[in-house]
Design a protein around this ligand. Structure first.
Ligand SMILES: [Ca+2]
Ligand SMILES: [Ca+2]
Ligand SMILES: [Ca+2]
Ligand SMILES: [Ca+2]
Length: 363
């Protein structure tokens, strides 16, 4: 009977989990009294050597960042004076939710542990970590008594920043091991916007500027929450900036908010902004007629004299403006309302402006 690839994958992880756990314990016993550096490279099970490739990443490479390849033993060291949420270092919130990975970090405190009289595995204390996807898969549930989620707090470290939804922080000089099921972009986060330096390099944002497009939403929030462009302050090019549209920056179009991805949120064919944006609904139509000789002549004509709602683009409905979140701000189609304001005489009862005959513009 063929074995499903999923089972093969799961077995591989289960085997490796056991193997590394054994080596971690054995390593602690064998390496009693040796410095942290010598632990590097000894986390990998001998049975896995030569089968699963192993990568060693020096601390300085975490500054620009590196890729954690899939199905590879990766050993890395956190640079000096860096304290960073595990989620940020290993790619970000989306990777945490989508990619199965797990690992182990040594505290690097064996000198002080030794001075404190600790011995054996206590000397080489450390913490396991697991991605959310790995915990959901349940392949290697953490033991709350000695590792995992609450370990950092239990260990006497200060509480992690609130933005770290899980109490897992990588600390200065820790040497860690990670095994991932997919490639992870790993790095420190120089500008503290939750998008690590490798992710910034891949997305073309500035790793030294927390708000690369200067629209008031940080790079990390744009990538992970609002999903707007971190390189363009007006993602849908309707004239209204991203924070003007998603005002509470929560990634959903709430009541009285316009969509940062739709230049005409209420679909009344009037642009959310003043109509001049390159993403606004097309105001021109190609109209073809025949001249006296029967030749077809085409030209591009404005089909509407009204094309915007928030005319001063200040993110509010001011006097004389229609509401870009309501196609019938004044109980009548917004296009019709504006046309009437301009002195036009649209066909009563007609709603969609494109069904109108091409109007003569008011003089
Ligand atoms: Ca950053
Ligand atoms: Ca921004
Ligand atoms: Ca916009
Ligand atoms: Ca509209």
């Amino acid at each position: 009977m063929p074995v499903s690839p999923y089972i093969v994958h799961a077995l591989k992880y289960a085997t490796l989990t056991l193997a590394v756990a054994v080596v971690v314990i054995a390593g602690a016993a064998i390496l009693k009294g040796t410095p942290t550096a010598s632990l590097t490279g000894r986390l990998v099970s001998p049975q896995q050597n030569g089968i699963t490739p192993t990568l060693h990443i020096e601390a300085e490479r975490s500054i620009d960042g590196f890729s954690v390849p899939a199905d590879t033993n990766v050993i890395f060291t956190i640079p000096n004076n860096i304290r960073i949420p595990r989620i940020t270092f290993l790619g970000g919130q989306d990777k945490d939710q989508e990619v199965r990975y797990w690992g182990y970090c040594y505290s690097g405190r064996e000198s002080s542990n030794k001075a404190a009289g600790k011995r054996g595995s206590e000397l080489y204390d450390g913490q396991f970590f697991y991605s959310l996807a790995e915990r959901k898969a349940g392949a290697a549930p953490p033991d709350p008594t000695d590792s995992g989620l609450l370990g950092i707090l239990k260990d006497g470290h200060p509480a992690p920043p609130e933005r770290a939804s899980i109490a897992e922080i990588f600390n200065s000089n820790e040497t860690c091991y990670v095994m991932s099921s997919s490639e992870l972009p790993a790095a420190i986060d120089t500008d503290g916007d939750d998008l690590n330096n490798k992710r910034e390099q891949l997305s073309g944002t500035n790793p030294k500027d927390p708000d690369s497009d200067h629209d008031g939403i940080s790079d990390g929030v744009e990538v992970f929450v609002t999903k707007t462009s971190p390189k363009d302050p007006d993602t849908d090019h309707d004239g209204l900036t991203d924070p003007c549209e998603d005002q509470n920056k929560n990634g959903t179009v709430d009541l009285h908010e316009t969509s940062p991805f739709n230049a005409d949120t209420d679909r009344d064919e009037l642009c959310d902004g003043n109509g001049s944006g390159s993403g606004c609904p097309e105001k021109k139509q190609v109209v073809c007629t025949r001249d006296r000789s029967g030749e077809q002549v085409c030209d591009s004509r404005l089909t509407s004299p009204v094309y915007g709602e928030d005319m001063n683009q200040n993110c509010a409905v001011d006097e004389g403006e229609t509401d870009p979140t309501n196609a019938e701000t004044f109980g009548v189609n917004d296009w019709t309302y504006k046309w009437n304001l301009l002195g036009g005489t649209p066909n009563p009862g007609t709603i969609a402006p494109r069904l109108f005959p091409i109007p003569e513009f008011p003089q």
